[in-house]
Design a protein. Sequence first.
Lengths: 291, 287
Amino acid sequence: MKKKAKAIESAVHGVFLILGLITVGAVLLISIYLIISGIPAIKEIGLTHFLFGKEWAATEAEAKFGILPFILTSIYGTAGAVFIGTPIGFFTAVYLAKIAPPKLKHLVSSAVSLLAGIPSVVYGLVGMLVLVPAIRNIFHVADGASLLAAIIVLSVIVLPSIIKVSLTALEAVPKEYEEGSLALGSTSVETYFRISIPAAKNGIATAIVLGVGRAIGEAMAVIMVSGNVANMPNLFESVRFLTTAVSSEMSYVSTGSLHQQALFSIALVLFLFIMLINATLNFFLKKKKEG
Amino acid sequence: MVIGKVSKKRKVNIGAMKALMYASVFVTCALVVFLVGYILVKGFPNISWKLISTKPSYLSGDIGILPDILNTLYIILATLLVVLPLSVGAAVYLTEYAKNQKIVSAIEYAAETLSGIPSIIYGLVGMLFFCQFLNMKTSLLAGAMTLVIMNLPIVMRTTQESLKTVPQSYREGAFGLGAGKWRVIRTVVLPECVDGVVTGCILSVGRILGESAALLFTAGFAHTLNGVLKALTSSGATLTVSLYVYAKEQGEFEVAFAIAAILMILTLIVNLFADFAAWYFKRRKNI
């Protein structure tokens, strides 16, 4: 009887161990698949030609596979979105954490959660029908579908994560720090900006890095407003991101062609960017735990 | 509050900071109000019974989104059905069994990595692994499996948080009565972590509702009306994917806005549920 019970216990233990290791397996699966399917095209095209080639013409007779325009567009687009989204998100978070009356705080927090839950295709749709025509009319350009439109949409998309993570960080600042500053004669607003924010700086850095990750990985909203032409990045021209390069051509390439393999290589480059961002994120999280 | 004089320079600084804060809060709130208002106003007039109760017909040129609604429902159910045991099991392993710190940090690091990977990469790998390698073809099932991997870290995290709040004395009491480990987990620990599982499910539903990039290549974009089993093995568009197709490829903006309004209302409902669950479980724990 006892032997049987022991056998069941160790079987259960084994089952739970396997379930626990599924996440590790999934990460390995994704990494291996991307590397295996991404390497052949890079080998055939040549690493420097692939990464630094300025022209992407995959369907022409003399096909060119240079993804520098996509890489730069992704970097500029993400930087622009974080540049706009961070100050708005940051000041909103400070207000919510320190000044807002509880009821207003609850209301605005719910609104921010709603913003976080809106599907990205809905952002794309509104961007397509409101933002794109607005840019065309205001700046008198031929087509409003541009890097600028993508940056604005992305900054709305990163806003909720920046607000939420900074808010949590600011709320975790010990009350004693602020009371000390107030006792020394600072006003409350001075205390928030001189004491609370420096104390929460690692959390706020985490929020920004998370925002970078969201922006660089967004595909559907961007594909709907950026025009999707493989130009070198220009604020008022149609551009294509790393994500949209994959999603826009994947549905019609023939299986096994160099073109398809090149799309996998683009995904691999995107994946490496994300891994870099994850490493940065872990760095700040670790610092936050220590300090 | 402050005794004594505050210099003019400080006053200007404080005023500027306050102004920036008010302006930012205003921008954030205005954005939400505009987006919700615009979508509901543009979308509501286009929602009709006919739209949500029929399938698209090439003969009459009418568009109906019933298949898309059902596909969304099927994919949510299929995903939750698979992701729940997997992620709860993983969470139980981490909090109840794991002794080796290396394995724990490997699993947690993997979960963090998974939550950072963009959905387009999930879509690509899902297409390679589920559709091609496991030969599921482009089907709702392949889409659901891709979403399972995406949502694994979410449900795992919330379950783990709530398992950590189960008092150690509960376990010790059960062990003291002679129960084995599996029995303690089954009868004492698991019933106490319902709140984490429910919260994780609500978050996952929200994420699945909004997902499109991961489904484009795995679940496809067909609009045929099928029974549950047939639907799971054949290609089908969810609401978000069909919104994209109608808006970007077909220029049917009226239908797109109707779908957007439906999605907006569903998002609102999911958020309300999340708030309610948080409130309910907090109250229950305090009693």
